[in-house]
Design a protein around this ligand. Structure first.
Ligand code: SAH
Length: 216
């Protein structure tokens, strides 16, 4: 039996129906107040399985997508017995996915190109007592080399091509989860097994674009 906030109960049941079987992911998502990551006018929709606008033309990802990517990341770490994985997220946005990761992994590094979003997300991390998150305002195409290499990298915006810097910042046996494509996107699982990089398509995806170059 998973303990959740009463208002998150039906969302968690829905995630289970969607095939999320990792109880740690379900428990963490069932206890984060998702309304905190939304503009107040949308808080009544916080526990729907929807992507929702967070301003600046960006969206908070759909809960089933957050759960699926987090579950994959944890399964990868279990497969390779990586005990204290170092995680990098590209696209902090509202900070919701970052918070989910921070509750499950030792330390999370996160990069956002829009300063205003990063600022709001950092305030939320403080409110929720998440002190194991490091934030950077920058272009995630370049990753965050100074803090790498990483055991897991998760990109929450779609890239037209695979950013080479991210692959280069993966540890041996690390993995990168990234939506690839433009109008048609595919969530892709990139595994670095030793020096060998494998690219495995997982599922159709719909994310806002990963924008290269300028930061605002
Ligand atoms: N994980 C977020 C999803 C936000 S949407 C959440 O849970 O709310 C994707 C985010 O990626 C947006 O905030 C967008 O500004 C950011 N983004 C787009 N291109 C980027 C880049 N090159 N570097 C860093 N962040 C980027």
């Amino acid at each position: 039996m998973i303990k959740t906030l009463p208002r998150a109960k039906s969302l968690i049941e829905l995630l289970i129906q969607h095939g999320i079987a990792d109880n740690s992911v379900l428990e963490v998502m069932g206890n984060i107040p998702r309304e905190l990551f939304l503009p107040p006018s949308l808080s009544h929709q916080a526990y729907n399985n929807d992507a929702l606008p967070i301003g600046q033309g960006q969206t908070l990802s759909q809960p089933s997508t957050v759960a699926f990517m987090t579950q994959m990341l944890r399964a990868h770490m279990a497969e390779f017995s990586i005990e204290s994985p170092k995680i990098l997220e590209i696209g902090t946005g509202s900070g919701y996915q970052t918070t989910v990761l921070a509750k499950l992994f030792t330390h999370v590094y996160t990069v956002e190109r829009i300063k205003a979003l990063q600022f709001q997300a950092q305030r939320r991390f403080g409110q929720l007592d998440c002190y194991n998150i490091s934030c950077k305002h920058g272009d995630g195409w370049e990753g965050w080399q100074a803090k790498g290499p990483y055991d897991g990298i998760i990109v929450t915006a779609a890239a037209v091509t695979l950013p080479e810097a991210l692959v280069a910042q993966l540890n041996d046996n690390g993995c990168l989860l990234i939506p690839l494509g433009d109008t048609k996107q595919t969530l892709t699982y990139v595994r670095k097994v030793g020096q060998n990089v494998q690219q495995i398509p997982i599922d159709d995806a719909r994310f806002v674009p990963l924008i290269q170059g300028t930061i605002i």
